[in-house]
Design a protein around this ligand. Structure first.
Ligand SMILES: Nc1ncnc2c1ncn2[C@@H]1O[C@H](COP(=O)(O)OP(=O)(O)OP(=O)(O)O)[C@@H](O)[C@H]1O
Ligand SMILES: [Mg+2]
Length: 279
């Protein structure tokens, strides 16, 4: 199945749009085959910036390998929560733990809305950056090439980032995040700047790599349709806490726009709008 998928992956953005969907639909029938992810437990998490109390007590358990989406109005603390999980920001109070495992820095990766590629490095080197301290190991090239294959960009390995489309740059950023085989992968609105078709193609790619690799996925998005299409569970953050925790039990592959997903999306949107009305 993987071989079929890889050969079906795009040579160009255009081909991606034409060819990606049928192969992805076959692949998405299953949940992760093996779970490599770490569980995540957050207790009483608080974070303020000066007198701005952003997170006022987050309590959350995410089982290993779950795909969680986080939504909430702008400024509610979604990126702050991801940065705390990734260790990029200091906790004021509370705790974040990842089961009993001893965490290595490369176990947790974040992918941002901007691809943040190094303009002076070719595509393959940009992916190798994700290996961190393993970058000088003898299999660094091979691992980076494998990650590029996973995102369907092998043919771009020797290109400069400046000649890539927005969607291709995000796929390089995804390969850079995947190359270290992270056990928790956090996404901060990674598809927000993409056009609608490229966005859907990237959503399918995210779902496929999650299914193939079994990491724990945490996706911050402002797009509730995207959240219910991809996630096992959607969390709504409001006033510094988890205001709603909604399971998405719809079987995969999911049919976008189905009545079931639309109704779930409507109910999550109404939570968001009622939060917005209070401000
Ligand atoms: N480094 C910082 N210093 C001071 N204030 C900060 C810092 N980072 C975030 N904030 C503040 O914390 C609050 C939450 O910001 P955060 O970026 O987490 O929101 P968000 O939910 O990701 O919003 P958006 O949907 O617009 O990306 C905001 O009021 C923001 O101004
Ligand atoms: Mg943000």
């Amino acid at each position: 199945m993987q071989t079929a998928l890889r050969t079906s992956l795009p040579e160009t953005e255009l081909a991606s749009r034409a060819n990606f969907a049928p192969a992805a639909r076959v692949a998405r029938e299953e949940r992760p085959l093996h779970v490599s992810g770490l569980p995540l437990s957050i207790r009483g998490l608080q974070k303020s910036f000066g007198d701005n109390e952003v997170l006022r007590g987050i309590d959350l358990h995410i089982p290993a390998g779950q795909f969680v989406a986080i939504v909430g109005k702008s400024g509610c603390g979604k990126s702050t929560l991801l940065r705390l999980i990734a260790g990029l920001e200091k906790i004021d109070a509370g705790s974040i733990s990842f089961g009993d495992a001893a965490i290595q820095p490369e176990d947790i990766r974040v992918m941002f809305q901007e691809p943040r590629l190094l303009p002076w490095a070719r595509v393959l080197s940009n992916v190798e950056v994700g290996l961190g301290r393993d970058r000088s190991s003898s299999d660094a090239h091979a691992r980076a090439e494998k990650a590029l294959t996973e995102v369907g960009l092998t043919d771009k390995r020797d290109q400069w980032p400046s000649v890539l489309s927005g969607g291709q740059k995000q796929r390089v950023a995804l390969a850079r995040a995947l190359v270290s085989r992270p056990r928790v992968l956090a996404f901060d609105e990674p598809l927000g700047a993409l056009d609608a078709l490229t966005r859907i193609s990237m959503q399918r790619l995210l779902e496929r790599v999650w299914r193939d690799q079994g990491f724990t996925a945490i996706l911050v998005t402002h797009d509730v349709a995207e959240a219910v299409a991809l996630a096992d569970r959607v969390l709504v953050i409001d006033e510094g806490r988890i205001a709603h925790d909604v399971m998405v039990n719809t079987a995969r592959p999911r049919e976008r726009g189905s009545a079931e997903l639309a109704s779930l999306e409507g109910s999550i949107l109404s939570h968001l709008l009622s939060a917005d009305d209070r401000t």
